[in-house]
Design a protein around this ligand. Structure first.
Ligand code: SF4
Length: 454
């Protein structure tokens, strides 16, 4: 099947896209989704190469003759129009396309609606229509204006025995890096000072697409955590990574933290330290030597803040396992830690494990755990007294006497889950301001401070 679509009426000169579709019904259905999205965004579909502002060629790569037909179609579009985006099955072999036609603007594989649209937006921006574009470019957000969560993927490829997310949300699906970066840029343009990268497993970003390169600002960027962190670092705002598992490639982003490209903050959910329990939990990267890794990270970036979460009373956890966890805490000297008692989730495979820990023992271990960690966290915060910290102001409120005080966070504190800094003079401050603060006191969780040399 070779379909070149008929032209539609022109209104206010909207941008025009030519569309050539080759191949089977599955390719046809991909084409329909792309065409629907193009029309929904106000693009016109042009029936001729000459009249189009750019051309999308939806290819087939099933047999040799289909590859040839697709390469010919791309060549014809380049000759007659010049601006060509390639998608479809032959796009999965981007090397073949680029070798034959090095001037193509972008190459995506099959089922790549978002990537095709990213490439179209990058090369042919859509018209702004105030009657259609009711949603601002940065989207509708639930967080305050100065920080935002940036979701980079859905689902998860792991099968942790206490978790049912993979069965609810499916396997990992990474968002195209071009879309993620465009969203991040729009957030920054809208005034966001801090981007919090979230997913179920940030270190796995791009595994599902084999780290395929996408396009951002006309240049190729790999769909991979390191490249994403580096690109986000170019936006000039705080970038904080959450849910990073301790795989060896995580070491690559620590120098970026040391160089101030992204925040020196790593949220690594270790969950336990006993190899036996980690194996029963089926945790990702469970065989890594986490202590050695943490020490290596601190050698490269001494200021790094490491946050983690743990579970006490997982089925089969013995006193020895638990003490191994306490020893780990003592040695790892983590900055911020959350801990929960194990609770069975409907449908989780851990429910079927033997030797469930009695509720009272789970709680007793939780309080022993927190006692150890609170002392570590408090000592770490005490060391900050007297230091200068950059603080991002989150809110202005009043103390008991009606004086304005500001509440903010240092680079070491994520919103909602970590501590805050109380600033005793908030009169001239606004949420989103970045201020230099001298820390004057600390408790086990929060800091207090004021202007330098206060
Ligand atoms: S807990 Fe494990 S299975 Fe669940 S989302 Fe996280 S990594 Fe995936």
């Amino acid at each position: 099947m070779n379909t070149t679509l008929a032209p539609t009426k022109t209104i206010n000169s909207p941008p025009k896209v030519g569309f050539v579709s080759l191949g089977c019904p599955k390719a046809g259905s991909d084409a329909e989704r792309i065409l629907t999205q193009l029309r929904a965004e106000g693009y016109e579909i042009s029936g001729s190469y000459e009249d189009a502002d750019l051309v999308v060629v939806n290819t087939c790569g099933f047999i040799d003759s289909a590859v040839e037909e697709s390469l010919d179609a791309i060549g014809e579009a380049i000759a007659k129009n010049g601006k060509v985006i390639v998608t479809g099955c032959l796009g999965a072999k981007s090397g073949v396309v680029e070798a034959a036609h090095p001037t193509v603007l972008a190459v995506t594989g099959p089922h790549a609606l978002e990537e095709v649209m990213t490439a179209v937006h990058a090369n042919l921006p859509k018209l702004h229509d105030p009657y259609v574009d009711l949603v601002p470019p940065q989207g509708v957000r639930l967080t305050p204006n100065h920080y935002a969560y940036l979701k980079i993927s859905e689902g998860c490829n792991h099968k942790c025995s206490f978790c049912i997310i993979p069965s609810m949300r499916g396997d990992l699906v990474s968002r195209p890096i071009g879309d993620v970066m465009n969203e991040a840029e729009n957030l920054v343009k809208a005034g966001v000072s801090e981007i919090l990268v979230i997913s179920q497993d940030t270190s796995a970003y791009g595994v599902d697409v084999k780290y395929r390169p996408g396009f951002w600002n006309g240049r190729p960027v790999k769909t991979r955590m390191t490249e994403l962190a580096s690109a986000l670092g170019e936006l000039g705002v705080w970038v904080r990574l959450h849910y990073v598992y301790p795989y060896p490639h995580v070491d690559e982003i620590i120098p970026m933290m040391a160089d101030g490209i992204i925040l020196p903050y790593l949220d690594v959910p270790f969950q336990h330290a006993s190899p036996r329990i980690l194996k029963a939990m089926k945790r990702p990267a469970s065989s890594e030597n986490n202590l050695a890794r943490i020490n290596a990270w601190r050698d490269i970036c001494p200021d790094i803040t490491i946050r983690s979460t743990f579970i006490t009373g997982f089925p089969g956890e013995t006193e020895d396992d638990f003490e191994m966890l306490l020893d780990f805490l003592q040695e790892a000297q983590l900055d911020r830690v959350g801990c929960f008692t194990y609770s069975a989730v409907d449908g989780a495979t851990a429910n079927k494990l033997d030797n469930h820990v009695p509720e009272a023992l789970k709680k007793e271990r939780l309080s022993r755990f927190m006692e150890v960690q609170e002392a570590i966290s408090a000592a770490k915060l005490q060391k900050k007294v007297g230091s200068l910290q950059t603080v991002l102001v989150d809110e202005i409120t009043e103390d008991d006497n009606g004086n304005a005080i500001a509440i903010g966070r240092t680079k070491a504190d994520a919103p909602e889950i970590d501590g805050v800094v109380y600033l005793d003079d908030g009169v001239d401050l606004l949420p989103g301001d970045l201020v230099e603060v001298q820390i004057t006191s600390a408790d086990g969780h929060d800091l207090w401070g004021g202007p330098p040399n206060h």
